[in-house]
Design a protein. Structure first.
Length: 133
């Protein structure tokens, strides 16, 4: 009888582990769906120059995945177009920290730095953008 109880307990434990993994997979899948919907709405808003709504969607995306450089870049662009230059600089800087160096990124970062009054650093990024062109 004790062997049967042990087998049943082991089975119950395994069953709970499987349910837990299945639930985790479902949760991850749902998060991916949510991220895709947020991105689509953010890009749609951005394409019609509705930067406030686009900022909202990309901000939510960055909260869910702070290591996605594309989402950080679009968030930075929204901040830039909304004249939130310090926020744009921060978002573009996060892209750089992730190893992303593109002409557009460096150019927008340079312009944001210039408009925020940091002319010296702006010059560095203008030069960097020209190297990448």
């Amino acid at each position: 009888d004790s062997d049967k109880i042990k087998v049943i307990n082991d089975f119950e434990s395994l069953y709970q582990d499987i349910l837990s993994l299945k639930n985790e997979k479902v949760i991850r899948s749902n998060i991916e769906i949510i991220k895709q919907e947020l991105k689509e709405k953010g890009l749609d808003s951005f394409s019609i120059k509705d930067y406030e709504h686009s900022e909202y969607y990309f901000n939510k995306l960055v909260m869910l995945d702070s290591f996605n450089s594309e989402n950080l870049y679009y968030l930075g662009l929204n901040y830039f177009y909304l004249n939130k230059y310090d926020d744009a600089i921060n978002s573009f800087g996060n892209c750089l920290e992730l190893g992303v160096f593109t002409y557009d990124l460096c150019m927008f970062l340079a312009k944001a730095l210039e408009l925020s009054g940091d002319i010296e650093t702006a010059k560095e990024y203008y030069d960097k953008s020209l190297e990448l062109k």
